[in-house]
Design a protein around this ligand. Sequence first.
Ligand code: ADP
Ligand code: TRP
Length: 332
Amino acid sequence: MSDAARTYLSGIQPSGLLHLGNYFGAIERHVALQERPGRHYYFIADYHALTTVHDAELLRRNVFETAVAYLALGLDPERAVLFRQSDVPEVTEIAWLLACVTGMGLLERAHSYKDKVARGIKPSVGLFTYPVLMAADILAYDSELVPVGRDQVQHVEMTQDMATRFNETFGSRVFVRPEMLMPETAAARKVPGLDGQKMSKSYGNDLWIFESGKKLRKRVNRIVTDSRPPEEPKDPDELFLFDLLALFLPPDELEGLRDAVRRGGPGAPGYGDLKARLAEAIEERFAPARARREELLAHPERVEEVLSAGGAEARRKATEVRDRAYRACGLR
Ligand code: ADP
Ligand code: TRP
């Protein structure tokens, strides 16, 4: 399978600045996948962000920052189509067709919806039908492989159900049934935040990918540790600080630090030392991307050019699929 040209697609919501969890759980992988033969679609899910962001200026800024981040972190517009979801309004038409063959029960079982309601969010109709729009995003480009994190698995399964249901209802093979691609390493599946829970904007425990200097050091210093002194031997597997270090340090250095912490005694590194090393390694890892980001910020028209060209290309494909779906169900 790996050598066959396939169609890959994924999206990310511009609901805030991208953090290390988004990088290791999503963007790093999207950038790596573009090397594979095939078609690659990556989009900024601004329609979806409207379920939570109700501030026009903020949404515009987040969309721009997300596009800049993708490009600075290595997405190559020559190989992958980068676009804004709302530049392809056909997805909302496809979403309507899917909504008409989707049972309420399917949406009522969505974990992500139930979690948000349990956290006290007053649901809008948009939040409830979020998975239908996400299915349309995937099906609009005949996507075959959808790289997503664990939190999106159910949404992709729902997409498979909706594609099958539509095809069965109208007796044709309108939609391609997509498969998901899960992250390969445990580290990428769950990047811990400053408090050890999963890093997430909604928990306020995140580290912005492009943070640097004093601000970065201050933020890294907030990583929760205990009050044991450096000399006391500790099990590094119990310290989530090491899960973060593992994402940045070369394996031999990481092993050396783990041993030193395990042994304890005089000269063993304390939490402050480990945090200082982490901040330094983060800064170094993203230095080239940070420089590219600065350059893009100075030339916003280049970013807009990429998004407009990507949007036009994505729209051509989505229009073809929309027409196929319209014909199948009798709208043409
Ligand atoms: P957030 O939880 O901050 O709102 P999103 O839900 O918008 O983040 O996630 C966007 C993408 O980043 C998804 O593919 C998700 O799987 C991935 N992701 C988010 N947080 C993490 C994390 N802590 N570890 C690994 N992947 C993550
Ligand atoms: N729901 C995804 C998230 O929050 C974003 C998304 C929207 C998406 N449409 C998609 C991801 C289609 C993959 C495919 O991360």
